[in-house]
Design a protein around this ligand. Sequence first.
Ligand code: PMP
Length: 307
Amino acid sequence: LSMDDRDGFIWLDGKVVPWRDSRMHVLTHALHYGSAVFEGERIYDGRVFRLAAHSQRLINSARLLDYEIPWTRQQIEEATRAVVKANGLQSGYVRPIAWRGSEVMGVSAIGTTVHLAIAPWAQEGRLSVQARDAGINVTMAKYRRPSADFAPGHAKVAGLYLICGIEKDKALKAGFDDALMLDWKGDLAESTGANIFLVIDGTLVTPTPENFLDGITRRAVMSLARKRGWSVEERTVKPQELSRASEVFLCGTAAEIVPVGSVDGHNYQAGPVARTLMADFHKLVRSPDCEGFGESTHLAPPVDRAA
Ligand code: PMP
């Protein structure tokens, strides 16, 4: 089913509109200059996991690009709930996106209107249960995540997905499921759409997100592991350490938690650490307070943190 030709509703600039009517002009700034910011969220039992954290990260991403979304976090949360309900979804994926409009054409976005759309649809975890059992097969990407003074890496901004898209397509065409990306220094960063964990000598190790997205799922996974009394290290991870790991897994909103079965032919077992965390995660996302900031309080503005 083509994404632009479906039944259902999208929240667009304050109104819930029929799916096929949510269109924009070809001279939209974001289309030409990559200035859209977005989120990926997941609906479990009719509720959006970490809705507050995702909505705040959307606002923060726009601010990192020097623009303000003309809706408060609470309004974005209400709009999300309303459109999920309008579509009658109990489970699925939500894509909120904010972008600079079409009033002016040129590199500068000054003078353009900021728009916001929220589109939810039915979508199970990206990967089949079978792929989850065996683990996915990944390769190493050529392009690297840029340094913090080269791009606003903590913003979930359309422009920064250019290299992710190229690497993901290349991996799929070569028969892999995804690609692992290094950062500008040559250290392990993340995959094209998820964060990464390695299990080394019984410790969970994950790269410090200095120049890439500090995933909301990543934070949840660290917290679940610590609750089990497991040691978790956030540190620089060299790609060579992949050969020492007993398990490797990815995590993100779309991927949830997915074991890696191989990296360029080096095989891993979809092991007990990932399996236990998958079960814990399954429970967490269905807990009654799952819509809040949870363990992602780093995304909340100080005023909200005190409240
Ligand atoms: N890195 C990238 C590049 C991503 O696209 C995502 C998915 N949003 C993540 C990491 C994981 O982030 P989250 O857990 O917040 O979905």
